[in-house]
Design a binder for this molecule. Structure first.
Ligand SMILES: Cc1cc2nc3c(=O)[nH]c(=O)nc-3n(C[C@H](O)[C@H](O)[C@H](O)COP(=O)(O)OP(=O)(O)OC[C@H]3O[C@@H](n4cnc5c(N)ncnc54)[C@H](O)[C@@H]3O)c2cc1C
Length: 439
């Protein structure tokens, strides 16, 4: 009898609906339970795959044997100064309330908070800000059950943490992560429509001058929405539209109205440029002050598919220019905005920002658009990204393989050496990992 709370068989599907599996599911409720499950699976030759919130677009989380639902392992294990140890299944949206009693916050976040801390960091989830790395750069310790069922504890002094902190789920089941937090802070958010030339031309200056800056370009138009956030002390007076007003605006515009617009564009692709022009002219300027986690995270209810590549920061303008020319040349109709962000260089072995100051460019398509058209569009965009030695987000769609990654990641073989040590018999393997890591 395995020491788990439940074991079932289920049909699993990711958020975007493009990955699925019928799988056995185990829900371990302790580190020992995880270790015993892995040891048993390894002895049987069964594969095991922990899953977070299923928000990856790639097949990275697809199970081939047993899926490990980590939702029974959530919450705070301990706090030491600004270092907070969390159980692996903790959702990002749960963290602000967990940190509040200590006056702490997470240094930076992406644009949603539905992911688990471990799922987010295992794929290199990032936000924006030239002086801030992705979420994995906040990790200063980890406890991981390796492919042999051993429990390994790593601190910031261990070189292997640079693999485990962004490990693609290939090294083991992370059961705890220690995050270096910062004092809680607020953000002043300034959203403004910009002409595309201004958004692109001023991008390098803005990411240098402001804590957090990104913009969304509406294809088929010359309009963009810029979002610029400035860090303020936690006790900064909240101002501007409050959280309820923002929720209504964002939910209505970003989700309800937008869902209808995307559906219309799917049925009549020829109207997409007109819809985008109308949508981009409906954008208005707003400024507000709120706690950081509220500003970073948005609601994303309209399902989409996404490809995102990291390139050297100065290449952003050229890549965007190439994508802008590609869309009319090939007659694509793209209803979703293209998102442009930046991040600091870091030293994690497989971080998309490893060793280079990075610009991120993400393209999206409505999930119900013609699949063949989505694939063709992503393939054409990928060709542009590859020409710039781009590194794809590990959780977002791409077709690259191990040979490519060896060329764009100087520490690729160092990561493989850690994998050989942690998971010699590939208990955590799946098709995606065989493609991107080579076996
Ligand atoms: C609407 C939306 C918005 C997004 N916004 C952003 C963004 O702003 N920035 C960004 O960079 N990305 C973004 N993403 C991508 C997303 O953050 C990543 O794909 C992330 O991995 C999802 O987290 P998850 O908990 O859903 O992980 P899952 O997709 O469930 O799992 C991802 C990987 O983590 C592994 N894993 C999970 N738990 C463990 C564990 N305990 N031990 C070891 N491995 C584990 C899984 O096996 C799998 O390999 C977005 C995705 C969506 C759908």
């Amino acid at each position: 009898m395995l020491p788990v709370t439940t074991q079932t068989r289920t049909q699993w599907r990711n958020w975007s609906g493009n990955q699925s599996a019928t799988t056995a599911v185990a829900t371990p409720d302790s580190v020992d339970a995880v270790a015993q499950l892995v040891a048993t699976a390894a002895a049987d030759g069964t594969r095991i795959k922990p899953i977070g919130s299923g928000h990856s677009f790639t097949a990275i989380g697809v199970p081939e044997g047993i899926q490990l639902d980590m939702s029974a392992l959530r919450g705070v294990v301990g706090v030491d100064g600004k270092r907070v140890t969390l159980r692996a299944g903790t959702r990002l949206h749960e963290i602000p309330a967990l940190l509040a009693p200590y006056g702490l916050g997470m240094r930076n976040l992406g644009d949603i908070d539905r992911q688990t801390i471990t799922g987010a960091t295992s794929t290199g989830t990032h936000g924006t800000g030239l002086h801030f790395g992705g979420i994995s750069t906040q990790i200063v310790g980890a406890k991981i059950v390796t492919g042999t069922g051993d429990v390994v504890t790593l601190t910031a002094d261990d070189d292997e943490l640079r693999a485990v902190a962004l490990g693609l789920g290939a090294l083991g089941v992370i059961v705890e992560l220690t995050i270096e937090c910062v004092d809680a802070f607020s953000l002043r958010a300034h959203d403004e429509p910009l002409d595309l030339d201004d958004a692109v031309g001023g991008f390098l200056d803005r990411v240098e001058s402001f804590d957090h800056h990104e913009f969304y370009w509406f294809p088929h138009t010359r309009r963009a929405l810029a979002k610029t956030n400035t860090r303020l002390p936690a006790d900064a007076t909240p101002s501007g539209p409050g959280s309820v007003r923002r929720y209504i605006d964002d939910d209505l515009i970003s989700n309800k109205v937008y869902g209808v617009v995307c559906e219309l564009g799917r049925r009549v692709p020829a109207v997409v440029p007109t819809l985008n022009r109308v949508a981009s002219h409906a954008l208005s300027e707003r400024t507000y002050v709120a706690p950081s986690a509220e500003v970073f995270a948005s609601i994303r209810d309209v399902r989409f598919r996404e490809m995102e590549y990291a390139v050297e920061l100065p290449a952003v303008a050229e890549v965007l220019n190439d994508i802008e020319k590609l869309i009319p040349r090939k007659g694509y109709r793209v209803s979703f905005p293209v998102e442009v962000r930046a991040a600091a260089a870091d030293d994690l072995m497989l971080s998309t920002a490893s060793g280079r100051t990075t610009g991120y460019i993400a393209v999206h398509r409505y999930h119900r658009d013609d699949p063949a058209d989505i694939s063709a569009f992503f393939a054409d965009v990928e060709e542009i990204m590859v020409a710039h030695h781009g590194r794809p987000h590990w959780g977002k769609l791409h077709t690259r393989d191990a040979e490519y990654f060896r060329a764009v990641y100087p520490q690729f073989d160092d990561f493989l050496a850690v994998r050989d040590k942690y998971d010699p018999s590939r208990v955590f393997g799946n098709d995606y990992l065989r493609r991107v890591l080579g076996d």
